[in-house]
Design a protein around this ligand. Sequence first.
Ligand SMILES: [Fe+2]
Length: 272
Amino acid sequence: MALPLEDAYNDVLGKALRGTGKSPSELAAESGVEIDQIRALIDGKFDAAAARAVAVSLGLSPDRVVALGEGTYVPAPVGVEGLRQFNTPFEDMTVNAYLVWDPESNAAAVFDTGTDAGEMLDAAAKIGARIEQVFITHSHGDHIYDFDRLMEKSGAKAWCPKGDEVEGAEVFMPGRTFSVGALSVEARLTCGHARGGVTYVVRGLALPVAVCGDAMFAGSMGGGAVSYADALRTNREAIFSLPDETILAPGHGPLTTVGEQRAHNPFFPEYR
Ligand SMILES: [Fe+2]
């Protein structure tokens, strides 16, 4: 069964509101939408005309915010041999981890751990994939919850980006490229949600794959807790420079592609 989208239209509005630092009264003045109606909108009472006006003031794509509100954006199913997503519960949400393997040599890598790496370890054993490396997108608790057990069971070498250190993982600088069998894994800086967050671009499968943590979601992105401006900028530089067919493997919600996010992500209205 397909995972639901991580964010609703009002999550997107809330993230953009916090990110731009606008007050509800400033937003009301700019958008011409009454402040009470803005509050209702952010609380989840969808109104297309109000959502459109507010989206424009927040630099979002009005059509794409409305598509989220009306439920008309549904990610197309995507996948490729050598990539599997694992979705585990965390408080009232869920979090993704990924197994990537080279089908020729069965050398494998894990990207983040989720809250329970058990199913991923079982799947690797069943496939015959050897988990040699663990790559951390960012160090937020839900993404590394089962790190110690994964390390103990797999005996793998772990890597984390500078700025998002994890005890037991070796720190690297973004820009570095790793090898997993015949696959290459290029780490690109996608900070802003997290201080040192990275996106790992995997090449060598039938389609390129970008494991992006919370830098981007299908139809949304992680909140810009460190820097909203950096989150937008680094996503433009590191993710939207990838080919459209690149599978985007986010830390929450369903798989998507770079091309689909060009067309549907409300935070990047400039792409078509
Ligand atoms: Fe996060």
